[in-house]
Design a protein around this ligand. Structure first.
Ligand code: NAG
Length: 341
């Protein structure tokens, strides 16, 4: 009986040893991973500023202190490997400031509000972004549609600089400026064929009534010393406006078009959803989040968990058509009248 058990045990040992040998053969190839790049932050967080209203013409909330973020912006950021913290625009300045200190970059969304508290908050956050970069962090800002228009107003110091354009629910091309260098810009990751298609096929979504012509843009000292124009587009009347700009001294990018819509919005009839159009969404998201990975702001984990967007639920309203498919609604206490950040 004991002999029998010993033989079984010996067989077991032999098998184990031969397996161990087999495993040791490719040890060096499979069991270690190269060290991560110490110059990057692999847990980036993006702050998205909420916009006044419910994003649904009062269908979801008529509260005067309601604000919203279309879920497409959240998915856009998350799809590229970052988490989102909502920066609720009408929270008290000190709360907003503490949330700004939890993130590695900021996104300004589309919308319509160009005055009052929202304008002041956008200007305040923009100045903070410059300050963070001046202090040595690499802290990116991506401004989309209304965000583009607001940065144009803030940087030019001229609230009447925008002009009327007809680009509602319009897919368009992007025309690159002559001899433009796309290294270090949001187009950096685009394959050459996709860059070529951008100027001949309508791969980007426009939805705006205002904009700025290249002449007006270049006629403003502040604007053209801060931003380099990368592309222009044409509205429904063939009027040319600036559609993509990149700062040369700060990681600040502004687009009059909507990179997030191609992959994540279905309510407007002209949104491009082709393979190429989805790649446009993905490349822009990857560019923005890769910029945020260069930010070393490392907030306390508990504060992040308390504030990330997962604490909120989006509301589906795609069945109404036309607007956003999903929105996050925030109802927070309004900030004091005088805003200082
Ligand atoms: C908001 O007001 C409008 C107009 O009075 C109304 O039709 C709508 O149902 C209201 N929305 C909510 C969420 O109560």
């Amino acid at each position: 009986m004991w002999n029998y058990i010993w033989i079984l045990f010996l067989i077991y040992l032999l098998i184990e040893i031969s397996f161990a040998k087999a495993a040791s053969v490719d040890d060096g190839l499979t069991s270690t991973c190269p060290a991560l790049d110490p110059r990057l932050n692999y847990r980036p967080i993006i702050g998205i500023l909420s916009h006044p209203g419910d994003g649904a013409s009062g269908q979801l909330s008529n509260a005067t202190d309601a604000s919203y973020i279309a879920a497409s912006y959240v998915k856009f950021v998350e799809s590229a490997g970052a988490r989102v913290i909502p920066l609720i625009y009408n929270e008290p300045p000190e709360v907003l400031q503490s949330k700004l200190n939890l993130v590695n970059g900021v996104l300004f969304t589309g919308g319509w509000s160009k005055a009052g508290l929202y304008f002041d908050v956008v200007e305040g956050i923009f100045n903070q972004v410059l300050k963070k970069n001046d202090a040595g962090d690499h802290f990116p800002l991506l401004a989309i549609c209304l965000g583009f228009e607001l940065l144009t107003m803030v940087i030019s110091k001229n609230n009447n600089i925008l002009e009327a354009f007809s680009a509602s629910n319009q897919a368009s091309t992007l025309q690159f400026m002559k001899n433009v260098n796309i290294e270090g810009t949001l187009f950096q990751r685009f394959a050459p064929e996709l860059i070529a298609k951008l100027s001949t096929e309508c791969l980007v979504m426009q939805n705006h009534k205002f904009g700025i012509s290249p002449e007006t843009f270049q006629g403003n000292m502040e604007l053209c010393s801060f931003f380099k124009i990368l592309t222009t587009s044409r509205d429904e009347n063939n009027k040319v406006y600036v559609s993509t700009v990149q700062s040369e001294s700060y990681p600040v990018t502004a687009v009059q078009w909507h990179p997030e819509k191609n992959a994540f919005e279905w309510g407007l009839s002209m949104i491009p959803h082709s393979d190429d159009a989805i790649q446009v969404t993905q490349h822009v998201a990857n560019f923005f989040v890769s910029e945020a990975r260069k930010s070393f702001n490392n907030p306390p984990a508990k504060e992040v968990l308390d504030n990330v967007i997962y604490n909120y639920s989006p509301t589906y309203r795609g069945k109404e058509g036309k607007g956003y498919d999903e929105v996050y609604i925030f109802t927070e206490k309004a900030a004091p009248f005088h805003y200082k950040m």
